[in-house]
Write a protein that binds this ligand. Structure first.
Ligand code: NAD
Ligand code: IPM
Ligand code: MN
Length: 343
C-alpha cells in the first residue's frame, strides 16, 4: 500500500490536486492519502508555515503530492521559501525532473513542430544555486541600498545531478545530454559545471553531449525544441527554461514535475510546474492535466509503472479530444481522466 501526503496548498492547488487524487484512487485503490493543511490559509490563521513536527511527519511518507503555494495576500517568499523550497531542501530533492512533450492533438504555438517531435526532459538542480538563500542587503530603503544574492554550487551537488542526467539519457532512445549554463559570464560556477560535465561525459562515451549558453538555449527552445533530449542545468536556469518548454508544448497547464531524492532517503515530491494562478483561482477552470501527469510521475517513482501508463494513456485521449478554444471545467476533466484510467 502506498502512503502519500497531500499538500494541496493555495489558489488552484486544491482544485487540481482533487483531480489528481481522483485519478490516483482510480488506478491504485489502496493508496492511502493524508491531507496536510499548509499554505496561505494556515499562515493567516496561525502564523505557521511549516512546523518542524509536520516536516518530521512528512518525512515518513512514500511520496508527497503538492498542488501549488503562494498567494497575493502573503508577502513574497514566505510560502515559496518557507514551505516549497524548505521541503525540496529538507528532503534533498536534488533532481527536479521536468519532462515536456508535444502530445498528439495539442496545438502548440509553433508551426514547425509536429506531435512526437518534441520529447525532452529538463533535469534541473533542485537544492543549490541562487535558491540556496545566501546573500543579504545593506542600507535598506536608503539611496545607498545594496542587495546581493549568491549562487551556491558544490562539486558534490553539481556532480550528482549531472550523473543523474547521464543515467536518464542512457535509458532514452536519443541518448543525448545538453548542459545549459552561462560559462562566458559566470566563470566560477560555470567552470565547475563545465568541468564536472566533461568528467562525467568521459565515463559515458555512448552518450552524445553538447553545451549551450542559457540565452541561446532559451532561443532554441522556442525555435527548435526538437533538438533537445535531456537538458541538465542549474536551479534558476531550469526554472525559467521549463516555463518556456511548457509554453511551446501546449502551455503550463500540461507541465508536470517531480522533485526527486533518487536515493530514497527522503520522500520525493510531485507537483505541477505552474503556481497557484490567483487570476483564475476559484473559477473551476484550471487545467488539472499538469497535476494528473505529476501523479503519474509519482506512480512511476513508487514502481507502479502499469498504473502510470494508464494515467498517461488517459491524458493522451483527453488531449486528443480537446476542441481548441473550448472552455474547460477542472472537475469534468478530472472525472473523464479517472474514468478512462480505470477502464
Ligand atoms: P502561475 O503558474 O501561477 O500562473 C501563470 C499564468 O499561468 C497565469 O495566467 C495562470 O492563470 C496560468 N496557469 C497556471 N496554471 C494553470 C492551469 N493549471 N490551467 C490554466 N492556466 C494556468 O505563476 P505566477 O502567476 O507567476 O505565480 C502565482 C503564485 O504561484 C506566486 O505566489 C508564485 O510564487 C507561486 N508559484 C508557485 C509554484 C509552485 O507551487 N510550484 C510555481 C510557480 C509559482
Ligand atoms: C517552480 C516555482 C518555484 C521555483 C517557486 C515558487 C519557489 O517557480 O516550481 O517552478 O522557483 O522553483
Ligand atoms: Mn517556476
Amino acid at each position: 500500500m502506498a502512503r502519500i501526503a497531500v499538500v494541496a496548498g493555495d489558489g488552484i492547488g486544491p482544485e487540481v490536486v482533487a483531480q489528481a487524487r481522483k485519478v490516483l484512487d482510480a488506478v491504485l485503490p489502496d493508496v492511502q492519502a493524508t491531507e496536510y493543511d499548509l499554505g496561505a490559509a494556515r499562515w493567516h490563521r496561525t502564523g505557521e508555515v511549516l512546523p518542524d513536527s509536520v516536516l518530521t511527519e512528512l518525512a515518513g511518507y512514500d511520496a508527497i503530492l503538492l498542488g501549488a503555494v503562494g498567494d497575493p495576500t502573503v508577502p513574497p517568499g514566505v510560502l515559496e521559501r518557507g514551505l516549497l523550497l524548505k521541503l525540496r531542501f529538507a528532503f534533498d530533492q536534488y533532481v527536479n525532473l521536468r519532462p515536456s512533450r508535444l502530445w498528439p492533438g495539442v496545438a502548440g504555438p509553433l508551426g514547425n513542430v509536429k506531435p512526437g517531435e518534441v520529447d525532452l526532459v529538463v533535469v534541473r538542480e533542485g537544492t543549490e544555486g541562487l535558491y540556496a538563500g545566501a546573500g543579504g542587503s545593506l542600507h535598506r530603503d536608503t539611496p545607498a541600498e545594496v542587495a546581493t544574492e549568491e549562487s551556491l554550487n558544490t562539486r558534490h551537488g553539481v556532480e550528482r545531478v549531472i550523473r543523474d542526467a547521464f543515467v536518464r539519457a542512457g535509458r532514452r532512445e536519443r541518448r543525448k545530454v545538453t548542459l545549459v549554463h552561462k560559462t562566458n559570464v559566470l566563470t566560477h560556477a560555470g567552470s565547475l559545471w563545465a568541468r564536472t560535465f566533461d568528467a562525467v561525459a568521459a565515463e559515458h562515451p555512448d552518450i552524445e553531449t553538447e553545451y549551450q549558453h542559457v540565452d541561446a538555449a532559451a532561443m532554441f527552445l522556442v525555435t527548435q525544441p526538437q533538438r533537445y533530449d535531456v537538458v541538465v542545468t542549474d536551479n534558476l536556469f531550469g526554472d525559467i527554461l521549463t516555463d518556456i518548454a511548457a509554453a511551446v508544448t501546449g502551455g503550463i497547464g500540461l507541465a508536470a514535475s517531480g522533485c526527486i531524492n533518487p536515493e530514497g532517503a527522503y520522500p520525493s515530491m510531485f507537483e505541477p510546474v505552474h503556481g497557484s494562478a490567483p487570476d483564475i483561482a476559484g473559477q473551476g477552470i484550471a487545467d488539472p492535466v499538469a497535476a494528473v501527469l505529476s501523479a503519474a510521475l509519482l506512480l512511476e517513482q513508487l514502481g507502479h509503472s502499469e498504473s502510470a501508463a494508464r494515467v498517461n494513456a488517459a491524458v493522451g485521449a483527453e488531449l486528443a479530444s480537446r476542441v481548441p478554444g473550448a472552455t474547460l471545467r477542472t472537475e469534468e476533466v478530472g472525472d473523464r481522466l479517472a474514468a478512462h484510467a480505470v477502464a
